[in-house]
Design a protein around this ligand. Sequence first.
Ligand SMILES: Cc1cc2nc3c(=O)[nH]c(=O)nc-3n(C[C@H](O)[C@H](O)[C@H](O)COP(=O)(O)OP(=O)(O)OC[C@H]3O[C@@H](n4cnc5c(N)ncnc54)[C@H](O)[C@@H]3O)c2cc1C
Length: 383
Amino acid sequence: MERTECVVVGAGVIGLACARRMAMAGNEVVIVEAADAIGTGISARSNEVVHAGIYYRPGSPQAVLCVSGRDAVFDYCARRGIACERIGKLVVATDEAALAWLADVRANARSNGAGELEWLNEDAARALEPAIRCRAALHSPATGIVDSHGLMLALLGDAEADGAALALASTLRAASVTPNGFTLSIDSGGDTTRMGCRFLINAAGIGAAPIARSIDGLRSESIPEIHLAKGTFFALGGPSPFRRLIVPEPSVQRAGGIFTLDLAGRGRFGPDEEWIADVDHGFDAGRASGFYAAVRRYFPDLEDGALRPDYAGIRPRRNGPGEAMADWLLGGPREHGVAGLVNLCGVESPGLTAALPIAEAVAAMLLDGADADAAVASAAAKA
Ligand SMILES: Cc1cc2nc3c(=O)[nH]c(=O)nc-3n(C[C@H](O)[C@H](O)[C@H](O)COP(=O)(O)OP(=O)(O)OC[C@H]3O[C@@H](n4cnc5c(N)ncnc54)[C@H](O)[C@@H]3O)c2cc1C
């Protein structure tokens, strides 16, 4: 049986960042990816926003690692020549009732260290974005956008430069805990190979919880229930009416009202929120009517027919419909009791922003014996 030091399951942005970090620490790393290319899962279906860290519960892993990840990703992209730009964002209250929410957002952002958000009345907001209609807005100049595929290619390049190997079209089917690590069954085009390893990093995105459940020797109570929140996107035909990202209050967000730009200046709206039982990336053009109504809350000039079907992504969440946003599960040996194993479950937004410090936290759990809280704190300090 072939044996390596570290196997990373999943070549999305998180798995690639972890592979890079473990390879940099001198470990022999194999990345096992079910698809025939890197970055085709959640990481290919995001908004590509580098979040400032505004909304997350203060002290949560996503709040702490978003703030450090934001700076780390801008710095990494600048060094590696990856397109990344701080274009800024307006968080908007579309009516009087949303003003209290906007004030809470500003207070939360302060607690998280997301940078000072300037409060703008409608005239001041329109001075920045003439097409917008709102009651008030917060301006976040620290928010940006990134070429997520360029980022993933650079992470893979770094990992490979430090000796990591990528196995595409290779699906982890089963894993069992052994006295000196793990034995894995990997399916590559119908052939099953067995591989031994000391460290196993489960960064399989939507597949992470099912993989954790299939590990023989891992207690089932350490594996969270995961709910799937599908998000559909519509692209905007024609030139963008805004130069910044626009985020309205939650009820409008959930109906598709978030506006983002890509690095080529193309605008898109979404994701909306649709709870689904099974993984399904199919596009439902019928959701457009909800998008028109949501977007017109702050952009009444949106013309009929301007929205074009784009794509859909799925957020694996630890919370279900109507529940408060739950924290990511970064589960290492100190949490579940299995030496050498880290499960990354429910790592939805801002996972792209936080990928570098998440990898730092994983290394702290596996190489320094840190528990998850200490790993998050040390990762934030290092980034
Ligand atoms: C709609 C949407 C918008 C988002 N917007 C943003 C944003 O703007 N900014 C931000 O910071 N974050 C955003 N996020 C969150 C961010 O995209 C994710 O947190 C991040 O991409 C997750 O990366 P990952 O590597 O964990 O998962 P993935 O990219 O899904 O990678 C997991 C990989 O594991 C592979 N895999 C699964 N099972 C197996 C198996 N058994 N064997 C081998 N391989 C397997 C899959 O094929 C996949 O390639 C968004 C997410 C969504 C869904």
